[in-house]
Design a binder for this molecule. Structure first.
Ligand SMILES: [Zn+2]
Ligand SMILES: [Zn+2]
Length: 519
């Protein structure tokens, strides 16, 4: 970036000089060593006095056109250079590089027209009395042609600079304490919007911009710029509140990116959340744990298990040091630890952690909560890996029952709300959550269908869950598919008490379809 700026400045200056020379100097046309013509005069070298004797050129229409175009070209190029300099020093926001680029391109087009006219109509421009074959084009004419591609090139570079002008090179000597926001290496770039955030290269700048900076750029300047007020007590309190607000924003952004499966994009937000939490609460405090867990989850998704282990042990240490730490935090910590141990193949440790996870979750949310049964599901996964199918099966059935109760309740409220449109809520699950639950239930359905015992009650239960889930999620095709699977399974069992609710659900879906596609 810095080199590009230097290069384009140099290019612009050289081109400008060439344009001046081409416009003002003698010899667009050379008759012989002693006589030549430029845009303004015909000159002859007088040997006796050793000076040039010049007379104004005869002003034909074509010559006037060339003169005007060349002057315009110089003017545009100069204006664009001044604007560029102004932009560099004030570094104001907006599309000024764009303006510079367009000016430069326009100047190039003017020079092109001038040179083209001179090439095609030199007969009309030069004095009639002379025979053209006795002369040739001079160096100013060649310079004018050379200017054309240079002007166009620098114009394009300016327009390109404009698109990447979210940052400027740091005019700081080496060894200053500006560090990259993402990797903490020495920084070379600065965010032009807030001017308080630094990066080692464009890649990190771009990653941070997409990940979180776009959302918090405007909020950072008042926090990171110390003023007299911010050093006083009231100012400090205000800064602390702003930091807490920032942490919350970053936490939400990281969370939503994680639930969309964008682990790489979630990293900057999670990392910022961590740094800001350390800043606000100090290291190894329990307030740090959510940030550690977010960062660990992002790294888990990327497969950096060593980093996950490191982060989780820091979180564990912070929790150990604070006995007042809440159940919700402990539940999330143990779930993450369990996932880590599952991934590294340490299945016994994973089971212990999931057991703790379930304990703390049930203390916080209740035993029959869907949050708690997430732990059962993960545990069942470990038992499947160990080949302990009966335990896995009973855990899965526990999970299926919990979700069945939960979804039945949701469906009931949904149907009531449909009858009473004022109460109609938005879909109770967002897309990412839907997909997550869908994956979990489908794993269980496959497990049951591949099981040698073929427990139809269980298949009907899980398929009914999936049908309700997708009905609530607004996908009636999937709801119909899982609904009919559930119905088939339940009809294998005489007097099965699920048959009626499943038929009711299928009826609901069909009503919905005929409503949206009237025959
Ligand atoms: Zn970096
Ligand atoms: Zn910024």
């Amino acid at each position: 970036m810095a080199y590009l700026l230097m290069f384009v400045t140099l290019l612009h200056l050289i081109t400008l000089a060439m344009q001046f020379i081409a416009t003002m100097e003698k010899s667009w046309w050379v008759w012989d060593v002693l006589e030549n013509s430029d845009l303004w005069y015909n000159c002859r070298f007088d040997n006796s006095t050793g000076t040039w004797l010049c007379a104004s050129s005869k002003e034909t229409e074509w010559l006037k056109a060339v003169q005007v175009l060349m002057v315009l070209s110089v003017v545009f190029s100069s204006v664009s250079f001044l604007v560029f300099l102004g932009q560099l020093f004030t570094m104001s926001k907006g599309g000024l590089f764009y303006f510079t680029g367009l000016c430069q391109v326009f100047s190039g087009l003017n020079a092109f027209s001038a040179a083209l006219i001179y090439t095609l109509h030199n007969k009309a421009i030069l004095p009639d009395s002379r025979e053209l074959t006795s002369g040739h084009f001079g160096y100013c004419f060649i310079l004018a042609w050379v200017c054309v591609p240079l002007l166009l090139c620098s114009g394009v570079i300016y327009i390109h600079l404009r698109t990447t002008s979210k940052m400027i090179p740091l005019a700081l000597p080496k060894g200053t304490d500006k560090l990259c926001e993402l990797c903490q290496r020495e920084a070379r770039l600065q965010c032009t919007e807030c001017r308080v955030t630094y990066y080692c290269d464009e890649e990190h700048q771009q990653a941070d911009w997409v990940g979180i900076h776009e959302r918090i750029c405007q909020l950072l300047a008042p926090i990171r710029t110390p003023t007299l007020y911010s050093l006083q007590w009231a100012g400090r309190i205000e800064t602390q509140l702003k930091k807490a607000e920032l942490i919350e924003i970053c936490r939400l952004v990281a969370q939503s990116k994680l639930s969309e499966g964008k682990h790489q994009e979630a990293l900057p937000a999670a990392q910022f959340c961590l740094h800001c939490s350390i800043d606000l609460h100090g290291p190894s405090t329990v307030q740090m744990v959510p940030a550690y867990l977010l960062l660990a989850e992002a790294n888990m998704g990327l497969g950096n298990l060593a980093r996950v282990a490191e982060l989780l042990s820091q979180a564990e240490w912070a929790v150990l040091k604070s006995p007042e730490c809440g159940h919700a935090v402990r539940h999330r910590l143990h779930r993450s630890l369990g996932r880590l141990h599952t991934a590294t193949g340490n299945l016994e440790a994973a089971l212990l952690n999931f057991a703790d996870d379930i304990y703390f979750a049930s203390e916080e949310y209740g035993l029959d909560s869907t949050v708690t049964c997430g732990g059962y599901f993960l545990m069942a996964d470990v038992f499947t890996k160990q080949g302990k199918m009966p335990i896995a099966r009973s855990l899965y059935s526990q999970v299926a029952h919990t979700w069945h109760c939960h979804l039945t309740k949701l469906l009931k409220t949904h149907v009531q709300n449909v009858q009473n449109p004022d109460m109609l809520l938005e879909s109770s699950y967002d897309k990412a959550q839907l997909v997550e639950v869908d994956e979990m239930l489908k794993t269980m359905l496959e497990f049951e269908q591949n099981d040698f015992r073929k427990d139809s009650t269980q298949v009907a239960l899980v398929a009914h869950c999936l049908a309700m889930l997708w009905f609530l999620g607004g996908d009636s095709l999937k709801a119909l598919g899982f609904g009919s699977t559930a119905l088939q399974a339940s009809q294998l069992i005489p007097n099965h008490d699920l048959t009626e609710p499943i038929q009711g659900l299928l009826q609901l879906v069909q009503n919905l379809q005929t409503e949206s596609h009237p025959v």
